[in-house]
Design a protein around this ligand. Structure first.
Ligand SMILES: [Zn+2]
Length: 113
């Protein structure tokens, strides 16, 4: 298992050299995964099949990991994900609403605030 020193992302594929989120060289980690385990499983799945970044963001939001959630929402934005048109009414986004990054994302998506 490897870990990204920049975003703390965990990679279970030891053949990976760089973080798939930000390109930072990964470091080996023999510790256990706890809080982010659900996210990690989603990310493992995303290696083999397409998982919308928005769905991963909802898991991070539920876990209270706002930095990861916004990182995945940025990827959803970069992908022009249609899911982003739901952020204003999606209850899964409630924990992120008060963060200034949420207003910024709404503005970029073009939703009225
Ligand atoms: Zn990273």
């Amino acid at each position: 298992m490897k870990r990204c020193p920049a975003c703390k992302r965990v990679e279970n594929d030891d053949t990976l050299v760089y973080c798939r989120a930000d390109g930072t060289p990964l470091v080996s980690d023999s510790g256990s995964v706890s809080a982010g385990a659900g996210t990690v499983r989603f990310e493992e799945l995303s290696v083999r099949s397409y998982v919308p970044p928005y769905n991963i963001a909802t898991v991070d939001a539920a876990l209270g990991d706002k930095d990861e959630a916004f990182a995945w929402l940025d990827r959803a934005y970069a992908d022009r994900s249609f899911y982003l048109t739901w952020i204003k009414v999606d209850p899964q986004m409630d924990s992120l609403r008060l963060d200034p990054r949420f207003a910024d994302l709404m503005r970029r998506v073009g939703l009225p605030q």
